[in-house]
Design a protein around this ligand. Structure first.
Ligand code: BGC
Ligand code: NOJ
Length: 814
């Protein structure tokens, strides 16, 4: 069953009923100011750091679901009847309702009693404010007088403190109201130089800033006393819970409409000039006023919206494809790169499943996310790489997470996730292939953000590999540390304490448990380093890495092959994990994907056997399961993986992030049908028709789909912020469609289904537009390239001479 449809021409998903199985959300903002917005206008906003600079309050796991957001109330002043044009929070029936989630904006429209409302929410590019652009239309035959009330609830900045420290926080709230603008200035009197503001383009008939005055005793957002009575109280918050609510009165003749603009924003003053007049306690608004005036102007609002649309056209124009499969086209051309940008901006911090107060930016996550957005915003990818490298430790290891506001490593979680540093090599290589900006390797970057420890990024990368080499276990395989990519395979935790964090508990010395997955990842990363060293003319270093690659490969072949698939790990006792000898957890997806991607065992045909085993034992109609059989009880020696009930999350869920590794592996051995079949199984658009089972948004990937062992097999969770976005993008664009940046040019090497006659694509690479036509001439994947009409050897379209901006590529495959 569907709850809407894709409008590909407008690059929107259109939700046609408000009661989706879960709130279906979107993100606004592109630089520092971000907002989450659901299909019924729920959600919250923050500046840079979802925990430390939270503008509006949102209660997770709340009842009714998804209460709290950016609300408007329309009140018929003749009858006293009122409703929410976004359905929530009043939830009165609407005669028509649509929510159009687009790229960086959301438009919610509805009609009730012949009164239409349309609210367009967006953040202008690079601005620290959001616009609610509301239009009310009277379709009645007579005039209509209405009251329009807005409502947001301010968070007292630190979202964690805001939801725990009530003995203080119920006393600190402060606001100012000036003209049609409500200012939230809690703690501005002391060490905060920032404040929030909520402006309205119309003159006010009144306002409220104290929540209890607005709602009335024991009332909720669905039935505010002030809205019910049509009479604001002009309350000024003093402690308790500051809110912002404007009241405007509007009269519309038959067929008339009115546009009202609201701005919700963040502003920072210089500390020494934050009060006006100096010495007072009044916010200095001189710097902010021009911004407010600008965006309350309808012409400026339209211009800002157009520039948002143009920005996305440019970003998406870098890779566009036309195939015979609509799910592929839609995800590649619109939604997958969009999700990649969102994961780039937010890492794993703020979604409807991530509370914004828990995690900072993950080291491994952010490096992998980069693979999906580097082609769109290379300059920002560069910054991100340098930020990440600056949190590396001198040992070569890395802080598992860092805080976006301070860019400092997070001590509470620390390091010792032994896969972490290797991902930095992959992200840097991806950046270099995309941009050829070799200067990044010479950038001086500190360790642990400590001044005086700076070394070129190139040295950091060498330490990444060295970190693994310094930590080999009894079988010559990399030691796993706290965990590798699978955060829940905690082979050194041995946690018995109720409530202890698996992420930070280590009870064993970590000298035995080894990871075959890290071995595969190491080989993949070390091969990148060999290529880089050779390009830089460092032949001795390249040979050194080749030797280490061979020794790790040999260890995998000797101790990491289980007979029909790659083993997952050795535990603290030196026993196999992910082997046919195990009772549960006999085969895992991760090493099959990673080892084949790294090219291990290709010559010996092990790759094909491993992938056939995946197909036989792990593949399901809803995607490829993480491991089988699921763990049915808690294993002290395995940790969190066995803490989940069977079929969920890392315990035999369909962990979507690892699925594209298998897709890529399938292309490595030339099986395009199989690769694309797996691609479609988790492709959100291809799952739209089963939205009532899938439950999450049909336009973005979710981290997890419940596995075969779960009660709700096929139900997704944790949408939006997941490495699934980047890896699926890489799998489909670079490996299945086969258009891949390399140091010397653009490789065109599609491994597509046999029944595809071909496809066409446009890829802007290093400033040159490649127009690519792929034509199938036979069933195989051999390529003949014709560039600008001339046949060339190999599968690489080289970078043309300076000044040439367009290259036409014809690829014949067969
Ligand atoms: C989740 C993992 C996550 C880890 C770190 C675990 O509870 O299952 O998916 O990576 O927490 O936050
Ligand atoms: C989610 C985490 O963000 C990621 O770092 C990890 O690799 C996966 N879960 C698998 O555990």
């Amino acid at each position: 069953m569907r709850y809407g449809y894709f409008d590909d021409a407008r690059r929107e998903y259109v939700i046609t009923r408000p009661d989706t199985p879960l709130p279906w959300i979107n993100y606004l903002g592109d630089q520092d100011y971000f907002a989450l917005i659901s299909n019924t206008a729920g959600g919250y906003s923050f500046y840079r750091d979802a925990r430390l600079r939270r503008l509006t309050r949102y209660r997770y796991n709340n009842i009714p679901l998804d209460t709290g957001g950016r609300y408007l109330y329309i009140r018929d002043d003749q009858t006293g009847e009122f409703w929410s044009p976004t359905w929530q929070p009043v939830r009165r029936a609407l005669e028509s309702y649509t929510c159009r989630h687009g790229l960086g904006y959301t438009i919610i429209s509805s009609i009730r009693d012949n009164i239409e409302a349309r609210i367009r929410y967006f953040v202008p590019p690079s601005q620290n404010l959001e616009i609610w652009d509301a239009t009310i239309l009277n379709h009645r035959d007579e005039s209509f007088s209405l009251s329009l009330f807005s409502a947001v609830e301010f968070a007292l900045w630190d979202a964690w403190d805001d939801s725990t420290n009530f003995q203080r926080n119920l006393n600190t709230g402060e606001v100012e109201v000036d003209d049609s603008v409500i200012y939230h200035k809690t703690e501005y009197r002391e060490r905060r130089d920032h404040f929030a503001y909520f402006a309205c383009s119309e003159p006010l008939s009144g306002y409220d800033t104290q929540r209890d005055a607005f709602l009335g005793p024991y009332c909720g957002w669905d039935n505010p006393f002030v809205v019910e009575h049509g009479a604001p109280t002009n309350s000024i918050a003093h402690g308790w819970a500051p809110i912002g609510s404007h009241h405007t009165k509007i009269s519309l003749g038959p067929g008339e409409s009115k546009r009202i603009i609201y701005l919700l924003g963040y502003f920072d003053n210089p500390g020494e000039d934050k009060f006006d007049p100096p010495g007072s306690q009044i916010i200095n608004k001189r710097r902010l006023k021009p911004i407010i005036n600008r965006y309350l102007d309808i012409g400026q609002v339209d211009e800002a919206f157009d520039s948002l649309v143009t920005q996305w056209e440019r970003l998406l124009g870098i890779y566009q494809v036309e195939t015979s499969d609509e799910h592929t086209d839609r995800m590649v051309n619109i939604w997958n790169p969009y999700q990649c940008m969102v994961t780039f901006n937010l890492s794993r911090s703020a979604s409807y499943f991530e509370s914004g107060i828990g995690r900072g930016m993950g080291f491994r996550d952010s490096n992998q996310d980069l693979l999906g957005f580097v082609h769109m915003v290379p300059q920002r990818a560069r910054e991100r790489i340098l930020d990440l490298a600056a949190t590396q430790l001198e040992s070569g290891g890395a802080y598992h997470q860092y805080q976006p506001l301070t860019k400092k490593g997070n001590d509470a979680v620390g390091s010792n996730f032994n896969d972490d540093p290797l991902w930095l090599v992959l992200s840097t290589a991806a950046y270099l292939k995309e941009t050829a900006d070799w200067s990044i390797l010479d950038e001086l970057v500190p360790y642990e953000n400590t001044p005086g420890t700076e070394e070129p990024l190139w040295d950091h990368l060498q330490r990444c590999l060295q970190y693994t080499m310094d930590r080999l276990g009894p079988h010559g395989l990399p030691l796993i540390g706290r965990a590798d990519w699978n955060d829940c395979l905690n082979l050194n935790a041995f946690s018995k304490e109720t409530g202890q964090s698996f992420q930070t508990t280590t009870n064993m010395d970590g000298k035995v448990a080894e990871s075959v997955f890290i071995a595969g990842l190491f080989v993949l990363a070390a091969k990148e380093m060999v290529e880089l060293a050779e390009i830089r003319g460092l032949t001795t270093l390249a040979s050194h890495y080749k030797v280490t690659i061979s020794s790790i490969e040999a260890a995998v072949l000797k101790h990491g092959w289980d007979g029909e698939w790659f083993l997952r790990a050795y535990d603290h006792f030196g026993e196999e994990v992910g082997s046919h000898v195990c009772q549960e957890g006999q085969i895992f997806i991760e090493p099959q994907g990673m080892c084949v991607m790294a090219g291990i065992g290709l010559g010996k045909n092990l790759a094909m056997r491993a992938l056939d085993s995946v197909n036989k034992r792990l593949a399901s109609e809803h995607g490829i399961i993480l491991h089988q059989p699921a763990y049915t009880k808690y294993y002290l020696n395995l940790g969190e993986i066995s803490s989940y009930p069977p079929g969920y999350k890392e315990n035999a869920g369909i962990f979507c992030h690892a699925n594209p590794w298998i897709m890529i592996a399938e292309t490595v051995i030339g099986r395009g049908d199989q690769a694309h079949d797996y691609y479609l199984r988790i492709n959100p658009s291809a799952r739209e028709a089963i939205s009532d089972l899938h439950k999450c948004e049909p336009y973005v990937y979710s981290q997890m789909i419940a596995g075969r062992d779960a009660v709700a097999f096929g139900e997704a969770k944790n949408s939006w912020l997941t490495g699934t976005a980047a890896w699926n993008y890489v799998a489909i664009t670079q490996w299945i469609l086969g258009i891949r940046p390399t140091y010397s040019g653009l490789v065109i090497s599609p491994v597509i289904p046999k029944d595809w006659k071909g496809f066409s694509a446009v890829r802007v690479f290093r400033g040159v537009t490649y127009e690519i036509y792929v034509e199938r001439r036979g069933p195989g994947d051999n390529i003949s390239l014709i560039i600008n009409g001339n046949p060339v050897e190999g599968n690489t379209a080289p970078i043309p001479a300076d000044g040439i901006q367009k290259v036409s590529v014809k690829a014949l495959i067969g």
